[in-house]
Design a protein around this ligand. Structure first.
Ligand code: NAD
Length: 552
């Protein structure tokens, strides 16, 4: 079978095992799933321009073959998407450990990354691509929805009905924006340079409609605003042209952000005036010119965002390094735009509340429906979660293996996972369930321009936390543990840790779930308590987390 055959990008469900146990089978199904729902699977690219599931096709095939044949008492070692070997460990050790794209500090820049990548020595795992945790655009949708909900509460009397949200980028993660906007009640306009992405988001139910030009798009948005109707509209165009054009017309949206792949000047951002084919050619023929044009366009893009801000719009950076790129291009006040984490989500992270995911390895949507019911029964007083589950079960279509994401905190994640493990044991679900979380989680990420910007104690750039996190989740018997650092334009900007668990209904899984999930979120609370956040100190004392204030 040729490797680019669509057949290889299908998910596997059902009760039949191809591996020696569910731990290995579960991870194999997740690997297949990230390609099935990924943006460019034939190049192994899952999302964020260059985030890959494996280094190359021989690596992919060797990983698959190893997962199928290895014992539970062995551990597969993966280095930047390439399987390096199999070590004899024991049945309580992880099935897979991986380190992706970690470059020594003084060398960690985009140019060195591209050079190492060209030589086939490294690949970038994104956050959830390289460790096989990506679940499609749903992976960030609650985060985007919560940000918009917080903005609604703070600035618009609790509702975005009748409000105009402007954004750009309808890729793997950005594709969540139109649905999150619609779920929050807004009229949201999404600028996307690649028509095929607009078509894909309409087909998978994340985007309502597309407009032929800017005037038509604005007309649709105005109509939705005046009737208070939620609507998402895609417009094929370049944000570096359309944002300034709106400024020139004096149009001020209520909320403005962006989720183009601005972090990567070569493989991500598309400057205006060039066809997509021309951009693809320039990547190898004249990368310096392409990077210079991308940077110049981002400068115009961010200057327009700043103009919207001065005119009264709520403007925020949604985690794509666009302010950093603009500042390097000379926009001195780019950081007047706040980052979403600090502005809206930090109080949640202080309590280790963050994006937690579960994936039905059976491929049966009824399993997710049963877990939705369980979540509502377990946490009836958690307003954020119950609101989200009720909305999501109606509004969020599945891509690949059925999955759900919900922002849960310390104790809640463990309670849910243990209850699900019992349901698997009692045969109340069609198969085992995988649990994972985003790397953008309390104790798992150092990212000074996104996750840890302006920490109260100035600890923004300290990467000890994700390293400690990975060691702790390994010690707690997780099934897969990964340490990632940034690649492409993110090189040198971040380090994070990922973790995956397979709830197969066994007592051993119960122990793995309890230890790993409790310790993962405990460390998250400790990280913020250590930085002096009152909410984290309160959470540690309320939940009995053994944090040592002041280290003494
Ligand atoms: P992607 O590469 O799949 O999609 C990016 C999209 O932007 C593409 O569809 C591309 O055609 C479009 N685009 C590029 N330049 C454009 C321009 N000038 N005008 C209009 N459209 C343009 O990436 P993704 O997975 O959607 O991620 C987008 C960005 O968000 C990345 O930088 C990623 O690292 C970041 N991200 C943030 C979070 C978060 O938690 N907030 C999570 C995941 C990803």
């Amino acid at each position: 079978m040729p490797h680019e055959s669509r057949q290889e990008f299908k998910v596997t469900g059902g009760p039949a095992l191809r591996c020696k146990g569910w731990r290995q089978e579960g991870l194999l199904r997740l690997l297949e799933n990230v390609l099935a729902v990924g943006e460019n699977p034939k190049d192994l690219v899952v999302y964020a321009a260059l985030g890959k599931a494996a280094r190359d096709w021989p690596s992919y095939r060797r990983i698959v073959e190893t997962l199928r044949t290895m014992d539970e008492s062995e551990t597969l070692v993966v280095q930047s998407g390439k399987p390096i070997g199999l070590l004899r460990t024991h049945a309580r050790a992880p099935i897979v450990v991986m380190a992706n794209c970690n470059i020594v500090g003084q060398w960690a820049n985009a140019e060195t990354f591209y050079d190492l990548e060209q030589k086939g020595l490294i690949c970038w795992g994104g956050l959830t691509a390289g460790d096989w945790q990506y679940i499609g655009s749903q992976g960030v949708i609650q985060g985007t929805y919560e940000i918009l909900s917080r903005i609604a509460e703070r600035h618009f009397g609790g509702s975005l009905a009748g409000r105009f949200v402007l954004t750009a980028g309808l890729g793997g993660m950005g594709g969540a924006q139109p649905l999150a906007g619609r779920m929050a009640g807004a009229a949201i306009l999404c600028i996307e340079v690649d028509e095929a992405r607009i078509v894909k988001r309409i087909e998978n139910g994340y985007l309502d409609a597309s407009a032929a030009d800017l005037d038509i798009a604005l007309g649709m948005i105005r109509q939705a605003q005046s009737s208070g109707r939620a609507l998402s509209v895609g417009l094929c165009g370049n944000a570096a042209e359309i944002y300034p054009a709106l400024v020139a017309r004096g149009i001020v949206p209520d909320v403005v952000t962006d989720q183009t792949s601005a972090h990567d000047l070569l493989y991500g951002y598309v400057p205006p005036g060039l066809s997509l084919d021309a951009v693809r050619r320039l990547r190898s023929e004249d990368p310096k010119r392409l990077m210079a044009e991308s940077r110049a366009a981002i400068v115009r893009h961010v200057e327009a965002m700043l103009a919207f801000r001065r005119a009264g719009a709520v403007v925020f950076d949604n985690g794509n390094l666009i302010r950093t790129q603009a500042r390097e291009g000379g926009v001195a006040d780019a950081f007047d735009i706040p980052i979403f984490t600090e502005a809206f989500l930090r109080p949640l992270f202080c309590r280790a509340i963050g994006p937690f995911r579960w994936i039905a390895l059976s491929n049966d949507p009824a399993d997710i429906a049963a877990i939705d019911d369980l979540v509502l029964a377990l946490f009836p007083d958690n307003r954020i979660v119950t609101n989200w589950i009720r909305l999501a079960r109606d509004a969020v279509p599945f891509e690949g293996l059925p999955a759900r994401i919900a922002w849960l905190g310390h104790g809640e994640r463990t309670a849910l996972a243990l209850a699900v493990n019992r349901m698997v044991a009692e045969g109340r679900l069609a198969g085992p369930v995988a649990f994972t979380r985003d790397h953008l989680d309390a104790g798992a990420m150092a990212h000074p321009n996104i996750m840890t910007e302006r920490m109260r104690d100035g600890s923004d750039a300290i990467a000890d936390w994700p390293l400690l996190n990975a060691m702790i989740t390994c010690s707690s018997q997780a099934d897969l543990v990964a340490i990632h650092s940034g690649g492409g334009g993110y090189a040198g900007y971040m380090t994070s840790a990922g973790v995956t668990l397979i709830a197969d209904g066994t007592p051993a899984a119960e122990e793995r779930l309890r230890l790993t999930l409790d310790n993962d979120t405990s460390l998250g609370v400790m990280r913020y308590a250590d930085a002096g956040y009152d909410e984290a100190i309160d959470e540690a004392s309320r939940k009995g987390i053994a944090h040592f204030p002041g280290g003494g």
